[in-house]
Write a new protein. Sequence first.
Length: 201
Amino acid sequence: MTPATFRAETQELLRDRLLDAALALMERRTWSKVTMAAIADEVGVSRQTVYNEIGAKRTIAEHLAMRELSRFLDLVRERMDERDDLVDAIQWACEGVLELGATNMLVRAIVGSVPGDHPPDLLAILTVDSGEIVEVACSVVKQCVLDKGQPLPLSDAELDVVVEAVVRLVLSAVTRPSKPPREASADIAWILRLALKGASA
């Protein structure tokens, strides 16, 4: 292992510990009461170290969101592999994501279902500032679709549009749930089937 590799791995480990600490504090105190000093104390480093490794509190929120997104997308890959029919696979994946979203600590804080907390900076990450999340999610979902190897009545550009629509519908259902996960995912699948049927007509 080279010194540069060792430093990079050490920094990644420290960053994960800082994010874990922020999440743990959020669960105990709510996000609005999480401070950089508290995160530093939780890990046993200086407050300046937290700023140096991650940045300001908003940046910590962004890192937390992207880390949680990777866990959601792992679930998407797993569930997409478990169904042969493309629309069924997407419905199954959507249902899993919505179920996970209903219990995920960070998501609960973002949507304001944690008592006494409704942090606008976190909510913005999944709404008005959700571009990076949407882009990463679309890339993964599109690859899952292509990996199915099923013929589609869509050009590559049209597939991009359909995938983004599905991702944004799921994101909307996560941040503003109005139905149980099974019903919401069934609605998304119904819309997808109509889109594919219309494209093949």
